[in-house]
Design a protein around this ligand. Structure first.
Ligand SMILES: Cc1cc2nc3c(=O)[nH]c(=O)nc-3n(C[C@H](O)[C@H](O)[C@H](O)COP(=O)(O)O)c2cc1C
Length: 231
């Protein structure tokens, strides 16, 4: 049976957040189709993890067998966050675009997940690419929202998109290959016009489709039939 890790990075309250609405929808659909799924919820938008500091770095880069007590203590939260990722088969990430990149809350979480000896190894004998991921085989669903539009490849703001490439660049720390990332995006939120309504409606359909597709590919998942195709 699969384990689903839901991560919400929006600072907004549930009823004002489009990404929280999408992650909620994803969870509901997935659990309807695969009721026995284990779930883990990590709300970094409302309960951000503290930024890493010199003590964290010192502790993380000290081999576990020679760590002092304060180092173990400093890494407790990070270890817990990595445990959650390790346990999960599917990560569902609700992530707004903030100032063209990821919310600080999400960056803080990534900084706690990227851990030598736990999520990556480092070996200069590998030449120019000394980092190798330790985790593998997980899937990532990114449910995002933006106030503007055109951030996709070839779009009018593609050169300003510091969010999607950053998530893809870090995904190996979560055990996710680039080909195992599916992204759904609401656009035009700040315009509040028909384009936004359409974008949000399509995003909901896509979110349902991905939830069903992933749930039915789980060993004990039960697919409830297919949804209407996106117009
Ligand atoms: C602090 C902040 C920064 C934002 N920066 C951008 C931005 O750079 N580009 C953009 O298109 N939208 C931006 N937006 C709009 C959000 O991406 C949009 O409101 C989105 O729906 C937020 O996700 P949420 O509804 O889940 O909170 C920003 C919103 C906030 C609150």
């Amino acid at each position: 049976m699969a384990t689903l890790l839901r991560i919400d990075a929006s600072a907004q309250l549930d009823d004002r957040s489009l990404t929280r609405k999408l992650t909620g929808l994803f969870m509901d659909e997935f659990l309807k189709a695969a009721p026995g799924t284990e779930t883990i919820v990590r709300d970094i938008g409302h309960s951000p993890v503290p930024p890493i500091d010199h003590r964290f770095i010192h502790a993380a880069f000290t081999p576990p067998e020679v760590r002092e007590d304060w180092m173990h203590e400093r890494l407790i939260l990070s270890d817990q966050l990595v445990d959650e990722v390790e346990t999960a088969d599917i990560l569902v990430l609700g992530v707004p675009m903030y100032n063209y990149g990821m919310p600080a809350a999400l960056k803080g979480w990534v900084d706690h997940i990227a851990r030598i000896g736990r999520t990556f190894s480092f070996d200069l004998s590998r030449g120019d690419f000394p980092i190798e991921p330790i985790l593998s085989g997980k899937k990532l669903v990114v449910l995002s929202s933006r106030g503007e539009f055109g951030f996709q490849a070839g779009g009018v703001r593609s050169h300003m998109n510091a969010l999607d490439p950053a998530i893809a660049a870090c995904a190996h720390y979560f055990g996710v290959a680039a080909s195992d990332i599916q992204t759904v995006t609401i656009e035009y939120q700040e315009f509040k016009d028909a384009r936004h309504q359409e974008s949000a409606a399509i995003a909901e359909i896509k979110t349902r489709e991905i939830a069903l597709q992933l749930a039915s590919s789980q060993p004990e998942g039960v697919a409830f039939g297919s949804l209407p195709a996106v117009a």
